[in-house]
Design a protein around this ligand. Sequence first.
Ligand SMILES: [Zn+2]
Ligand SMILES: [Zn+2]
Length: 138
Amino acid sequence: MALFPCSVCGQRKPGKLAALYNAWFDGQQNRTAYRQRVCLECLQASFVELFKKELGRETDDHACLHCGGNANGNSDAVYCTLYLPKEEPREFALLFCGECSPVVKDAFKTGAEPLADRGVSVRGPSPTAPQWGSALGL
Ligand SMILES: [Zn+2]
Ligand SMILES: [Zn+2]
């Protein structure tokens, strides 16, 4: 039996759970991050489709992964790191339009535990780097 219940369905399944670290930024670049533990069935039912669509995305494709509409200029990203048991973590930057992102974020928050912002496990826009030039008076 898994040590923890699945965040989405709440059941304790035999074997291991995948872990999802999800993060996004609000308009002020404040980061919100959550961790979910997800069983195989819930991963397939709720998330895998998004990851597959993201993997198949062309570089100039700005379609919302949820509704398929053009999210160019009205986009919101969810940064996901997927830890499958015994596999290397995979990172995804999932693009959604402004209308879909609240719906999608709800799914990524289901049963999740909020994480303190340590800025390590999830990729995102880099934190403001110290300005060496101004510090050195250059
Ligand atoms: Zn589940
Ligand atoms: Zn959309």
